[in-house]
Design a protein around this ligand. Sequence first.
Ligand SMILES: NC(=O)C1=CN([C@@H]2O[C@H](COP(=O)(O)OP(=O)(O)OC[C@H]3O[C@@H](n4cnc5c(N)ncnc54)[C@H](OP(=O)(O)O)[C@@H]3O)[C@@H](O)[C@H]2O)[C@@H](O)CC1
Ligand SMILES: Nc1ncnc2c1ncn2[C@@H]1O[C@H](COP(=O)(O)OP(=O)(O)O)[C@@H](O)[C@H]1O
Ligand SMILES: [Mg+2]
Length: 273
Amino acid sequence: MTIIDNNLVQTFYKKRKPNTHKGDFGHAFLIVGSPNKMGAALIASKACLRAGVGLLTTNVPKEEKTSVTNFIPEAMLYFRENSIDFTPFNAVGIGPGLEQNEASQKIVYTSLLKVRKNLVLDADALNILAQNPDWFSQLPKQTILTPHPKEFDRLFGTHTSEEARRETAHKKATQWNCIIILKGHQTFITNGIDSYENTTGNSGLAKGGSGDALTGIITAFLAQHYPPIHAAIISVYLHGLAADITLSKQSEESMLISDVIENLGWAFKKIAE
Ligand SMILES: NC(=O)C1=CN([C@@H]2O[C@H](COP(=O)(O)OP(=O)(O)OC[C@H]3O[C@@H](n4cnc5c(N)ncnc54)[C@H](OP(=O)(O)O)[C@@H]3O)[C@@H](O)[C@H]2O)[C@@H](O)CC1
Ligand SMILES: Nc1ncnc2c1ncn2[C@@H]1O[C@H](COP(=O)(O)OP(=O)(O)O)[C@@H](O)[C@H]1O
Ligand SMILES: [Mg+2]
């Protein structure tokens, strides 16, 4: 097991060069949000942009467009009703706040077939996968799954300890050629060959929306052409580090994921030192 710390992340972090343009940093696509869960869409989108992506398009229900344009003018929109052409996108993140209705099921299945690389599945996309276990064989290689323990058990059966979940994660990552990020205190990451344990983060992250932000961050790093395992490691590390930095002005109780997203900049500065 490898510990995720500053030294590890610095071995592959790519500092932005001066002579670059937005095309160098990729185009991310997030399929997120539903009428009652637009917060998840906004959090994931904001975090994605703060993690350095060149362009972001957010897929939301048409009637929710003003919440995105008002809160995040940097994001472009793609309405849920339209069939999706994935060709412009370098990375796709699906699930935060999506709901599990029939339309969402169709979107997840179509994405598995059409997105051939750089895919992240979280939240309702994982719950939908859990209801359709035969879809595992359709996962694009190195798809990143980001379950918390309850989502993990929906996917792979009930476990009674974290250790048992980690063992299953290792096996399933090998079986399906995917990357599993088992979230929690000391998040565990495995690609079925190597395993990693995170050292950043605090209980201020134990609040709705923290995982939605992580999904946006991972999608941003995939779009920036990081290999999926590096995207997983650096995202989990920075997300936790930004939360630790937030403790200088907030407590674990008062911290909001919006504060953490604002502090991603300080976290980047720390790894660039
Ligand atoms: N502002 C918005 O729009 C927001 C929208 N959101 C969106 O809502 C959707 C539903 O997502 P969700 O994760 O809240 O629901 P669900 O899968 O039932 O899991 C919850 C249960 O899992 C457990 N659990 C979790 N972590 C654990 C741990 N570390 N260790 C152990 N157990 C743990 C815990 O279970 P308990 O212990 O209570 O039995 C907890 O009650 C999803 O689309 C998401 O994106 C949210 O992000 C909130 C902000
Ligand atoms: N006590 C904790 N210490 C460190 N990180 C935590 C802690 N509690 C939660 N987190 C992190 O917060 C995130 C929670 O994700 P998730 O449960 O999916 O939230 P949500 O779905 O509400 O956005 C994960 O990245 C997890 O590792
Ligand atoms: Mg979640």
